[in-house]
Design a protein. Structure first.
Ligand SMILES: Nc1ncnc2c1ncn2[C@@H]1O[C@H](COP(=O)(O)OP(=O)(O)OP(=O)(O)O)[C@@H](O)[C@H]1O
Length: 497
């Protein structure tokens, strides 16, 4: 149905797509995987008309295809469900579904709300979402908002057999929501084709019919999912086989006796109440809980971004003030879940972002010394294998995973002694994840304390010395979790829900 032939796309200093050929058949789910920076998003952006290829051609149902912009893409039946959701939270579900198409619902200069509501109900039924179309989107759960996006994409691209692009749709979802999404996509396959981008190899194999593996801008494999294994995909995309010890458990050292961080009777609004714990030097302290359990807010409080209603947080003998710069001064580094909003100044370069928390190290006489800034940055680019044309490249143009590496490198450069990692491996490919796990082990061996809330329970259990389980803002239990004493996932889930 859709054919991409010998597509090349170049950015300054980067060959993002190098002679890529891909085909998408009717009613098929095509999985797309590759390391961070392999070119997946660039490919999606070509298909939605955000970019034009430098060379190569596309055809749709045998006819030459030129996509001028996203609206043109949807008119040709290609629509995208964005990972960092594109719906407007302050509008209703119905308004979001028909955003830009309001004129179909206007009579005599006025919006016909009941017509809009009826049409919205119909669209919501296609994704089995039983909600009032006049609900504000900000009142929906993340999973529900994603369903609204999917319904919107399907209704926009209602031309022939639509092609729906799903960019890491599961990265922000809980296990139960993922199940619902997968069931729905499998059902919708009878009326649409899907391109599914994911870094989770098992998921990709379970949902897709066929899989393309990309590496350094090239397609290196195309195979039926039934013939592929996760280990094989790992090797194809990373170029080496998966480390037998994924979480580097053998590198875990007993933590130190000194307390690096203590949280006492901390309460914050509706988010959490009377939370107390201590984290030791060299310890990975995992925080588990479902979305809404209070774990994300807890991370923000330790980073100095929120003011507690009661209780206190101490680093050594110093009480933390609710100011991000005080947290940084006390040696706390924060890797936020929303890296583009809070983790980076995206319009600044890689070097500027990397050195931002410790400008003094690259300044002379109060003036930033560009050559030292660049050479520091080069060192970290090299150490963390950050894929960038150079230290002066704008962070905005890095792939998602490489942006995350810049955030991690920044705190490493700052010499932080306490790291708060909120989903540090979200959006990272399997190889990059292993590098982060290795880095966490190295940091803790040096005595750095880590507060970790992870993408999966397996990840939290794999890395932590102890795991605190939160439910509805309360601490349920703190379980020992060092190697040889790991609780089972079931045991932890029982405390979570
Ligand atoms: N607008 C741009 N300007 C310059 N370089 C870019 C731009 N967009 C992407 N790149 C570069 O092109 C390469 C491919 O990036 P792309 O975002 O397609 O990777 P990806 O496979 O989606 O990675 P990830 O899994 O991390 O999201 C990267 O090296 C990236 O830095």
């Amino acid at each position: 149905m859709l054919l991409l032939k010998n597509i090349t796309k170049r950015f300054p200093g980067v060959l993002a797509l190098d002679d890529v050929s891909i085909e998408i058949r009717p009613n098929e789910i095509v999985g797309l995987i590759g390391e961070n920076g392999a070119g997946k998003s660039t490919l999606m952006k070509l298909l939605t008309g955000a970019y034009r290829q430098d060379a190569g051609a596309m055809t749709l149902n045998g006819k030459p295809l030129v996509i001028r912009n996203p609206r043109d893409a949807t008119s040709k039946g290609i629509a995208m469900v964005y990972q960092e959701q594109s719906i407007l939270p302050n509008l209703t579900v119905a308004e979001n579904l028909f955003l830009g198409r309001e004129k179909d619902f206007v009579a005599l200069g006025r919006l016909n709300w009941s017509k809009l509501e009826r049409a919205a109900r119909k669209e919501l039924a296609t994704v089995h979402l039983d909600i009032d179309p006049l609900t504000l989107c900000e009142d929906l759960s993340f999973g529900q908002r994603q369903m609204v996006e999917l319904a919107r994409a399907l209704s926009l691209a209602s031309h022939g057999t639509p092609i729906i692009l799903l960019d890491e749709p599961t990265s922000m979802l809980e296990a139960a929501e993922i199940k619902i999404l997968f069931r729905l996509v499998a059902e919708l396959k009878s009326r649409a084709s899907f391109v599914f981008v994911s870094h989770r190899l098992d998921e990709l194999l379970s949902l897709s019919d066929r899989v393309y593996v990309m590496k350094d801008g090239k397609v290196v494999a195309d195979m039926p999912a039934a013939d592929a294994s996760a280990a094989q995909l790992h090797e194809l995309m990373v170029g080496r086989s998966q480390h037998s010890e994924y979480y580097r458990e053998s590198l875990q050292k007993p933590c130190r006796s000194e307390v690096a961080l203590s949280v006492r009777d901390a309460s914050l609004g509706h988010a959490f109440k009377e939370v107390s714990f201590e984290v030791h030097g060299g310890e990975v302290f995992g925080v588990a809980g479902v979305v809404g359990s209070g774990r994300e807010e807890l991370c923000r409080v330790i980073a100095g971004l929120e003011r507690l209603d009661a209780g206190e947080i101490n680093v050594g003998t110093t009480r933390l003030r609710p100011q991000a710069n005080h947290a940084v001064a006390l040696g706390i580094g924060y890797v936020p879940c929303e890296r583009k909003v809070e983790g980076l100044v995206t319009q600044m370069s890689v070097a500027q972002n990397l050195t931002l928390p410790r400008l003094r190290a690259v300044s002379r006489g109060g003036v930033i010394h560009k050559a030292s800034e660049r050479s520091m940055a080069n060192e970290w680019i090299h150490r963390l294998h950050i894929k960038t044309p150079g230290p002066d490249a704008s962070c905005r143009n890095l792939s998602g995973g490489n942006q995350q590496k810049v955030v991690l490198a920044k705190w490493r450069f700052a010499g932080s002694r306490i790291l708060v990692l909120d989903h540090p491996t979200r959006g990272l490919d399997v190889g990059a994840k292993e590098e982060v796990y290795q880095l966490i082990r190295e940091l803790t061996a040096e005595g750095v304390a880590v507060v970790l809330t992870g993408d999966t329970l397996e990840e939290i259990l794999g890395l932590s010395h102890r795991v605190m389980v939160m439910r509805d803002g309360r601490v349920q239990t703190i379980l020992p979790c060092a190697v040889g004493h790991k609780p089972s996932q079931v045991e932890v889930i029982e405390h979570m829900v």
